[in-house]
Design a protein around this ligand. Structure first.
Ligand code: SF4
Ligand code: SF4
Length: 115
């Protein structure tokens, strides 16, 4: 099966489900209490498209917000620290999210998860 797929230059991705009910939503709850803008985000990606850090790394604020909302925060603490707090995304966000404060709050809550 694998051979025939790779012969044609494609492969079938493994299926993946989000166990929303089983995930830990404590990080999102604490972040939203400190920065309600978390709930305004519509995952449009404008912040990621304008991000200074994303120019040099694979950092994506959109992805981080999405994972926090899903409760998939394992390993996110180091990733979230790549933000340089330049504030460029805040000027571009169509929902007026205070992105700098949002990432600060995400970092604050996630640092308790660091080893
Ligand atoms: S630009 Fe604003 S609304 Fe869009 S993904 Fe980023 S934080 Fe969310
Ligand atoms: S504040 Fe952070 S997420 Fe926003 S553009 Fe700057 S480096 Fe990117």
């Amino acid at each position: 099966m694998k051979d025939s797929a790779s012969r044609f230059g494609y492969f079938v991705s493994k299926d993946r489900q989000i166990d929303f009910d089983g995930n830990n939503h404590e990080v999102a709850r604490q972040v939203a209490a400190a920065e309600p803008g978390l709930n305004l985000c519509i995952s449009c990606g404008t912040c990621a498209a304008t991000c200074t850090a994303a120019k040099f790394t694979d950092f994506s604020l959109r992805r981080i917000i999405l994972l926090v909302k899903r409760g998939e925060t394992k390993g996110l603490a180091i990733e979230a620290r790549k933000c340089m707090l330049c504030g460029k995304c805040q000027l571009a966000c169509p929902r007026g999210v205070s992105t700098r404060n949002l990432i600060l709050q995400i970092n604050r809550v996630l640092q308790t998860e660091l080893p």
